[in-house]
Design a protein. Structure first.
Length: 552
């Protein structure tokens, strides 16, 4: 019997006494033989000839990773970071931001606001700030703020890189108060941490292959293991991007064996082991089995062997880890030695989840005889980095119709630090003022090349046997818009700069410069990185020859 309460349908009982209510909720089995027969029919009474693991004992060896120094924080800033810019390379927006930092330090030093205004005026006259690009957004700052780059270059010579020596130079119209001197010393040291020798590509950036190459090392039981990340694309360094060198002998465990209690692996949609247990219907793995044979095989495996998997925890520090011994004691008291799955495969499998691959030999074949098989790399963890808008967006692509390659700069920055859409800039500058009588017709031998399209011609092959594309020199007047002040920095613009031809394949390659921020053990980490991704496909420059066109 059921009763309706509001909008909820709730069950009710017809029992009139406590004995009847107990009988209703206990659900007694009236026919035990029928229940046993059903369990026998569905193989619920069958069992395998094996016990469940009770205790697992593991011995392992581990070693920290080294990249210039011992790796304790996120690895990406070390691999990806561009060198700090020189003072002369700072854009106008950065100079303004650094100058306001000095004003903030003056306030922290206790200088009144009126006095800070006097200091700002005197410094602006002594170190005038100029707008370097064509941006109107920064025209209000000249005369109001000093040039941080010029001021730093002058004060560093007198106060030293850390600001702790010498005395503040004389500034016309300004007396060097103790508060100003203290703020200037702190500011010079703060600026030194943000100024480098000159602009350049990251130390681990390979300009020809458009990717990063990094080598990590670890001393594993007295043997040096080198892990190489070749052609890393800047999208986050993970274990599968690393290949290692083979070990000469099996390392000895560096710690006492650890005994742990295994637990069953569980996941949403996992079949319940009990015959009469209702399963959660939120996840339906059977839907996957109807679309793809590989998915059907995975679902069949997950449903048939779901309760055969156990999780064995092992706490390790970031670095290189190798489990040298593993024994399992089951519920029957049987002790079983469990080798690494890679050792059982005997090198027949070329990829294994979580296992670092072995570097290829000279003939291109991976090494198989290795006592360190099963070695795992645990990189230091860090939150996913926050990313700025793209500062520079460059595409390397192929033009099949013209039989040439192109370096196309979609977005760059100018001297003020403003992001420039190169295509829109080219459209706005390529058309001059027309006469009131309308456009005149003119014969042209060839149309102009957009200023943000740079031709790549085939060059000699490199040491790896791959052909190179070389940045070709553009004749004077070939472009109708100058690119002075807005050239990108991902690739050097000097004629002869070479790129691997494979990077200008049919899909092409896209490179973006971005600022990233994350947190490590020492706090906030900020760096400028390069991210490589698939390009936009083939491109056509639209060059035409022997045409009649309007005079711009």
């Amino acid at each position: 019997m059921t009763g309706l309460t509001g909008v909820r349908l709730t069950p009710g009982s017809t029992a009139t006494d406590n004995a009847g209510r107990v009988a209703a909720v206990s659900a007694p089995v009236r026919d035990a033989l029928w229940l046993l027969a059903r369990q026998y029919q569905t193989a619920a009474l069958e069992a395998e000839d094996g016990g469940s693991p009770v205790t697992v004992t593991m011995a392992h060896v581990q070693a920290p990773l080294h990249l210039d120094a011992e790796l304790r924080g996120p690895i990406e800033p070390i691999v990806e970071a561009e060198p700090l810019p020189a003072a002369d390379d700072l854009d106008t927006a950065t100079r303004v931001r650094y100058a306001t930092e000095l004003l903030r330090l003056l306030g922290d030093a206790g200088l009144p606001e009126t006095s800070r205004d006097d200091v700002r005026t005197a410094l602006s006259a002594a170190f005038p700030l100029g707008v370097r690009g064509a941006s109107d957004a920064l025209t209000a700052y000249p005369g109001q703020l000093p040039d941080a780059a010029a001021m730093y270059s002058s004060w560093r010579a007198d106060l030293g890189p850390d600001g702790g020596s010498g005395s503040l130079p004389t500034i016309p119209g300004l007396d060097a108060s103790p508060a100003l001197t203290e703020a200037a010393r702190t500011w010079v040291a703060w600026m030194t941490a943000r100024i480098g020798p000159a602009f350049g590509a990251p130390a681990r950036w390979a300009a020809e292959t458009l990717g990063y190459t990094a080598q990590l090392t670890a001393d594993l039981g007295g043997q040096l293991v080198t892990l190489t990340a070749a052609d890393y694309d800047g999208a986050g360094l993970r274990w599968h991007a690393l290949d290692r060198t083979a070990l000469a002998s099996a390392p000895t465990a560096s710690a006492q064996p650890v005994a742990v209690r295994p637990t069953r692996v569980s996941y949403p949609g996992m079949p319940e082991p009990g015959y009469w247990t209702f399963e959660n219907g939120d996840v339906n793995l059977g839907i996957l089995a109807s679309d793809n044979p590989a998915q059907a095989l995975l679902v069949s495996f997950a449903q048939s062997y779901a309760n055969d998997w156990f999780l064995v925890p092992l706490s390790v520090d970031p670095g290189v880890v190798l489990v040298t011994e593993m024994t399992v004691v089951d519920s029957f008291g049987t002790t079983t030695a469990v080798p690494a799955a890679a050792a059982v495969d005997a090198g027949r499998t070329r990829f294994r989840l979580w296992e670092t691959g072995i570097s290829a030999t000279g003939d291109g074949a991976p090494a198989t005889a290795d006592p360190g098989i099963g070695l795992t790399v645990v990189l230091p963890g860090s939150p996913p980095p926050l990313e700025s808008p793209v500062l520079e967006d460059v595409v390397v692509t192929r033009d099949e119709l013209a039989n040439i390659g192109w370096l196309i700069e979609l977005t760059t920055t100018d001297g003020d630090g403003r992001r420039i859409d190169r295509y829109q800039r080219w459209l706005s500058l390529r058309h001059g003022d027309r006469s009131s009588g309308g456009p005149a017709q003119s014969y042209r031998l060839g149309t102009a090349v957009p200023d943000h399209w740079y031709p790549l011609e085939v060059a000699e092959s490199g040491a790896d046997g791959h052909r190179r594309l070389r940045l070709a020199a553009v004749p004077p007047g070939a472009t109708d818009v100058p690119d002075t002040g807005v050239q990108g920095r991902v690739l050097d613009h000097h004629p002869g700069t070479a790129i691997d031809e494979e990077k200008a394949a049919r899909t092409g390659t896209r490179i973006a410069r971005i600022d990233r921020l994350t947190y490590g053990p020492a706090g906030r980490v900020v760096w400028r990185a390069r991210r490589v991704s698939t390009g936009l496909g083939e491109a056509s420059s639209g060059l035409q020859f022997d045409v009649i066109s309007d005079i711009d």
